[in-house]
Design a protein around this ligand. Structure first.
Ligand code: ADP
Ligand code: MG
Length: 263
């Protein structure tokens, strides 16, 4: 019995720990329409420090729109988005500064074809975020080294595979030590053979404690690697829970229908 009590005490303290984890991102009743198309109809959820949250939903359900609102590429119509203690939807906020706190990678490789890898990785940090050039170069080489791509620093994007390009794009997103990493279907345009190496890199970042919000259709990765699943259906959050709760145990007919397409 004592053992049981100890176990209970331990799991309670674990719970207390997780409740103390800082909220990195908080969406509160976010609404976004394009004309009469109400894409986001009151979205609320949080991402806590060191969490990997998978944002799932059918094509056209608003995952990218949500990502763009968080990255201030789109303006919300209503509701708030908090990054740490900053309401980034407040019109008086310094948008560039907010953006520098978030790393973003999109589906299409956004590397500049006429610049080598090192230039691609350091450009934004130097020009937009005023990082000294030497510091940016050192940091870029160190990050490239970690993914075994230091030798490619002077290669051009078209000399790399799609998977390598996408990993370079992730490195670039990490240059300013973002509080949050947004990954928007970063493997969707890849040859299936190259998906694994990119997902492995995401899993590696997760073990390092990076806070990640990723829109994806990679269901087995979401199931095995995400801490939490947020499912977007018809402009609303249909589910927000552990992979097991959402993907295996949900009784919501819409949820079951959605996941049936991936079996
Ligand atoms: P997802 O990323 O989940 O596939 P999107 O966020 O790209 O979904 O799109 C959600 C909806 O918003 C779609 O109906 C799409 O046509 C619409 N939409 C997205 N971007 C724009 C835009 N810039 N102007 C008008 N409609 C848009
Ligand atoms: Mg999208």
């Amino acid at each position: 019995q004592q053992e049981t009590q100890e176990k209970t005490a331990m799991s309670e303290s674990k719970q207390a720990d997780s409740q103390q984890l800082q909220t990195v991102l908080r969406l509160d009743q976010v609404r976004k329409s394009y004309g009469s198309n109400a894409v986001l109809r009151g979205i609320s959820f949080q991402v806590r420090a060191h969490e990997t949250v998978a944002l799932l939903g059918p094509s056209g359900s608003g995952k990218s729109t949500l990502m763009k609102c968080i990255n201030l590429l789109e303006e919300v119509n209503d509701g708030q988005i908090w990054l740490g203690d900053t309401d980034i939807t407040n019109p008086t906020v310094n948008r560039d500064h907010c953006r520098s706190r978030i790393g973003v990678v999109f589906q299409q490789f956004n590397l500049f074809p006429h610049m080598n890898v090192l230039k691609n990785v350091t450009l934004g940090a130097i020009k937009v975020h005023n990082m000294p050039k030497d510091e940016a170069n050192d940091k870029a080489l160190e990050l490239l080294d970690r993914i075994g791509m230091r030798a490619k620093a002077s290669s051009y994007p078209d000399q790399l595979s799609g998977g390598q390009q996408q990993r370079v794009a992730i490195v670039r997103a990490l240059m300013c030590d973002p509080e949050l990493l947004l990954l928007d279907e970063i493997t969707s345009a890849l040859d299936p053979m190259l998906v694994g190496e990119v997902l492995e890199m995401v899993a590696e970042l997760k073990t390092k404690g990076t806070t990640i919000l990723m829109a994806t259709h990679e269901m087995s990765f979401a199931h095995d690697a995400a801490d939490r699943i947020v499912l977007l259906l018809n402009g609303k959050i249909a589910e927000n829970g552990s992979p097991r709760e959402v993907m295996d145990e949900s009784q919501n007919p819409q949820t079951i229908e959605f996941f049936s397409h991936f079996r």
